[in-house]
Design a protein around this ligand. Structure first.
Ligand SMILES: [Fe+2]
Length: 158
């Protein structure tokens, strides 16, 4: 997992995580921490194994770890986070040694992760994994959340 290690050690990536943590410190809804990024990556990995998809593990983790990193831009300059995350993918993934194909596949999956509007298997599974990573069934702010009940994870199982 050398390429993922490079991403986690990247100081600009770490700075974006810090920006998100600071901006969300009083947030009552789900936060966008490294915990959420790893939860999403691991659930996405489980889904890929279940579906017997031959997708590189590092690509799966890169998608999980970058899918919401654009929240940093959203909080600082108002860019919608799915777009800012796709920009971040195009910046960080080549730096960490990912190919152009891998980078573009990740960017496309992340661009559609809020709508689910993408036919690529990994994009469909990212949409699902992102929701499944949240513990909506045990959330005190559920009644105030803007997610539809269909999006909410109301069962504690993958
Ligand atoms: Fe997410």
């Amino acid at each position: 997992m050398k390429r993922i290690k490079l991403l986690l050690e990247n100081t600009e990536y770490q700075k974006m995580l810090d920006t998100i943590t600071e901006a969300e410190k009083d947030r009552i809804f789900c936060r966008h921490t490294l915990q959420h990024f790893f939860d999403t990556a691991r659930i996405l990995y489980i889904f890929c194994l279940e579906e017997k998809l031959d997708i590189d593990k590092e690509l799966i983790y890169a998608i999980g770890l970058l899918h919401d990193i654009g929240r940093a831009s959203q909080y600082t300059d108002g860019t919608e986070h799915h777009k800012a995350s796709a920009d971040a993918v195009r910046y960080f993934m080549p730096l960490c040694g990912f190919s152009e194909n891998e980078t573009e596949r990740a960017a496309a999956a992340i661009l559609s992760h809020r709508s689910g509007d993408n036919d690529d298997e990994i994009a469909k599974l990212l949409y699902k994994a992102d929701k499944r990573s949240r513990l909506c069934f045990d959330c005190a702010a559920r009644d105030k959340c803007n997610w539809s009940r269909e999006k909410m994870n109301l069962e504690p199982f993958i």
